[in-house]
Design a protein around this ligand. Structure first.
Ligand SMILES: *Cc1c(COP(=O)(O)O)cnc(C)c1O
Length: 497
């Protein structure tokens, strides 16, 4: 299978090249040239298999230049019982009638990013071995919180790699910050920037194409790669868990094989929900894709009006991993919906660059709305949803998951579409303890200190905090301080030496 760039179809690469490069030179994203068919027969064949076996079957369809042994090695190294505190890797929890929370946070950093970032370093080192074997891989990451920590854990002490993570100083939760500033590993470092996530992402994109820095890399025998969700090696592993969850529901007799289910996803950079769309294109019986935004409702507005506009106020919310005004992976969806017209993609994204917005034609909007429903959930509604989900279902949601629960409920109420729904549960509630505790504790005064709050939340709800978060207590900080946006390039230069 070959991949091509969304901004220049004539640039064709293999899976290994797409993963090793991260982003195409002219700024486009790599997309598979066709979607492998994964119909009912193949789905039936997965029933009863382990998550690892399901992953090998699905990824084998896309990573056709990996040998089965290579793929097997990567998957077995990523989804281990030491790293994931659940045998099923992604756990399903039924709430009420017909909704299933797909818990994607049983990995080492307690957020869904682990599902892809435990595997990516292995895919990347195999890919680099096939393309430019002697170069050291330098990975830059811009994170809105969860990606950074998951990438650091995935890459720490992986030979032949170095990594630098940028995060917005005031845009992450205290637990997220502590996870990153205490990170271990000789080859990884972390840098706070004074700005928001979009500043971090734009800065990283600029550095990736900065001729002076590229020359320096060349001289050092190094090359850039990306672990952001624009990397194909991040997206492909996310397709797996939709297929795995669907077959798991069939195994448990919750659905009939072939039954159509909806999927609801708390969305930021559009990677997670795009993976569900790709699974659908492969033949997974998915009905509506419900795209849930927080107060930064740029995607909800786009799905409503066809105008994508980042010219709006940016809000810092209780679901920081969704505080995004430029959803990079949307480009891949638009590429499919416009009939793979790379000229159109260039035009729209030049518009986004120049004017901060673009508008898609009515036919495209219609196609988009056939597949997707959008909605948003404000800050107060998020708190209210955490509270009611715990009272009604006994389910403790983190703020991101609560956004999806609320938008799914609104969608079902407005449309009467009550098909069974898989809702992506994307972070452990303990990553956002203060907000969750405030929501479920009826106005009691919160104890001082992050870990006192963790213990109080556990006591109040009868749930168990993840061991990896408890282990952060008292750990020494390795990366303190922050830099301005303009200083990002200099930080990269320092790290290269
Ligand atoms: C990253 C993240 C999201 C958003 O996922 P995208 O793939 O960027 O849309 C939602 N929730 C949590 C907890 C996350 O870490």
């Amino acid at each position: 299978m070959m991949y091509s760039s969304t901004r220049d179809r004539s640039r064709r690469v293999t899976a290994a090249q797409a993963i090793a490069r991260g982003i195409s030179e002219e700024g486009g994203l790599f997309v598979p040239e066709e979607f492998p068919s994964f119909g009912l027969e193949k789905l039936r064949g997965l029933m009863g298999k382990s998550y690892r076996e399901k992953a090998k079957a699905v990824l084998g369809e896309f990573l056709t230049d990996f040998t089965p042994e290579e793929l097997s090695r990567c998957v077995d190294a990523a989804y281990t019982e030491e790293k994931f505190d659940s045998d099923s890797i992604a756990e399903l929890s039924k709430v009420g009638e017909g909704a299933y929370l797909l818990e994607l946070w049983h990995g080492p950093t307690c957020a869904f990013k682990d599902m892809a970032l435990q595997l990516l370093p292995h895919l990347l080192t195999v890919s680099a071995g096939k393309t430019e074997p002697d170069k050291e891989i330098v990975v830059l990451v811009a994170t809105s919180g969860d990606t950074g920590k998951a990438a650091l854990e995935g890459f720490r002490d992986v030979p032949g790699t170095r990594m630098l993570v940028f995060y917005p100083e005031d845009g992450v939760s205290p637990m997220q910050k502590l996870q990153m500033t205490t990170q271990e590993g000789e080859n990884v470092s972390v840098c706070a920037i004074r700005g928001n996530f979009d500043d971090a992402q734009t800065g990283v994109k600029r550095i990736f194409t900065d001729p002076a820095i590229l020359a320096e890399l060349e001289q050092n025998g190094q090359k850039f790669s990306s672990a952001n969700s624009i990397n194909w090696g991040r997206l492909a592993p996310q397709i797996v868990y939709y297929i795995a969850a669907y077959t798991a529901l069939a195994e448990q007799g919750e659905i009939e094989l072939g039954e159509t289910v909806n999927v609801a996803v708390p969305t930021g950079n559009f990677g997670n929900i795009l993976a569900a769309y790709y699974a659908k294109r492969m033949g997974l019986p998915i009905g509506k894709l419900i795209c849930a935004s927080n107060r930064n409702r740029v995607l909800a507005d786009f799905i409503e009006t066809g105008l994508y506009s980042r010219n709006r106020e940016f809000y810092t919310t209780s679901s920081p991993s969704m505080d995004i005004l430029i959803s990079s992976n949307l480009e891949r969806l638009l590429y499919e919906l416009c009939g793979r017209d790379d000229g159109k993609i260039r035009e729209w994204f030049a518009g986004l660059n120049r004017d901060g917005e673009y508008r898609v034609p009515p036919e495209l909007l219609e196609k988009l709305r056939e597949e997707f429903a959008g909605g948003s959930c404000g800050e107060e509604e998020t708190v209210e949803t955490i509270r009611t989900a715990f009272r009604e279902y006994g389910y403790l949601c983190d703020p991101h998951t609560a956004v999806a629960v609320k938008v799914w409920k609104d969608y079902a109420a407005e449309t009467g579409d009550c098909r069974k729904t898989i809702i992506a549960s994307t972070a452990s509630p303990y990553k956002f303890t203060a907000d969750v505790l405030r929501a479920v504790s009826d106005g009691e005064e919160l104890p001082a200190g992050d870990f006192a709050q963790v213990r109080r939340l556990a006591e109040l709800t009868g749930t168990t905090p993840p061991a990896s978060l408890l282990a952060l207590e008292g750990k020494p900080v390795r990366f303190a301080g922050s830099v301005s946006r303009e200083e990002m390039a200099e930080q990269v230069r320092k790290m290269l030496r």
